[in-house]
Design a protein around this ligand. Structure first.
Ligand code: ZN
Length: 315
């Protein structure tokens, strides 16, 4: 039986903006996050503590976190790949830029981990061992993300046992939540349902999120497969922002408003006000300076009806 309520997390300001070539003004990000947190989303991933040389669009992490409005019930999260980033995050958190949750990530595939964070998976786990108590000491919740859980753009299939072993290690290290990410859009619905059914059995009480990219058009189908397996938290990105640094031109994350439109049509409660979300989505092409993949923002929500053609019943 399908769940009747799911959590939607928007990661567009981070996963989407990080690959944009143009620098997005800080005030624009702040206004957009404030608009997103008013829609009923469960979580907004606001920024990333990475070296500005690698990701210039995230250089304003501290200002964004200090200036955004806070709303009860909405988690503000940030990501970081390393200890230096965690030090910055903690300094930010303890000086007026509160972070509710830090999302730390590693790849299940050795090659992708090296390409993405320039170290081995063992080195990533060793870093997490240092980073977890740092976050815990200042009361920041921790989510651990296993990237390339459903496939690696360099190695191809990733062994499920390996993915689940990393997930287990993250839980042992003290992470409060787990994300399985389809970083480059290689998952298919049969695989998602099978793997997540197994994950639910192996980690019965874990707080699990799925992160899909729509690289090959299977994103929303993968969400339904995840829901069928009992997973009730999903990352998505406003207007379908995002992409893949290893596949230039690839479609981005699954689109938040398309996801909400589908689930609400199916009678699954997301808690998100779709009209408010669409009002934010339509601003995105102007902000990034190019077309975006979102479909409902162009077609209108399902029950956006059109006038009946004139003279329809005349002979
Ligand atoms: Zn992603």
């Amino acid at each position: 039986m399908l769940k009747k309520k799911v959590r939607i997390n928007d990661v567009g300001v981070r996963d989407g903006f990080q690959i944009e070539k143009n620098i997005i003004p800080t005030e624009t990000k702040i206004a957009l996050i404030d608009q997103l947190t008013a829609t009923g989303l469960a979580l907004v991933e606001a920024t990333s503590f990475v070296h500005p040389k690698f990701v210039p669009n995230m250089a304003d992490a501290e200002i964004v976190l200090r200036e955004i409005q806070r709303r009860p019930g909405v988690t503000i999260s940030a990501i970081t790949p390393n200890i230096r980033g965690m030090e910055r995050a903690i300094a930010c958190h303890t000086s007026g830029g509160r972070i509710d949750e830090m999302n730390l990530f590693m790849s299940a595939s050795e090659t992708h981990n090296r390409a993405n964070v320039k170290r081995s998976t063992d080195e990533s786990l060793a870093d997490f061992k240092i980073m977890v108590p740092m976050a815990e000491s200042v009361g920041i919740r921790l989510n651990g993300c296993v990237s390339t859980s459903f496939g690696c753009p360099f190695e191809g299939a990733v062994d499920e046992g390996r993915v689940m072993a990393f997930a287990e290690k993250l839980l042992e290290l003290g992470f409060d939540g787990l994300t399985f990410a389809d970083t480059t859009g290689m998952a298919n619905p049969a695989q998602v349902e099978r793997m997540m059914t197994n994950a639910r059995v192996r980690f019965p009480s874990a707080d699990i999120t799925l992160h899909f990219h729509n690289t090959r058009g299977m994103g929303l189908a993968n969400v339904l497969a995840g829901i069928r397996a009992g997973i009730d938290s999903y990352d998505a990105s406003l207007a379908g922002l995002g992409g893949c640094p290893f596949a230039p031109g690839a479609t981005g994350n699954i689109c938040t408003e398309d996801l909400v439109n589908m689930l609400e049509d199916m009678g699954i409660d997301t808690g998100v006000n779709l009209d408010l979300l669409l009002a934010a989505a339509v601003k995105i092409p102007g902000i990034v300076g190019h077309d975006v993949p979102g479909q409902v923002m162009k077609a209108g929500r399902t029950m956006h009806l059109h006038p009946v053609p004139e003279k329809l019943y005349e002979a």
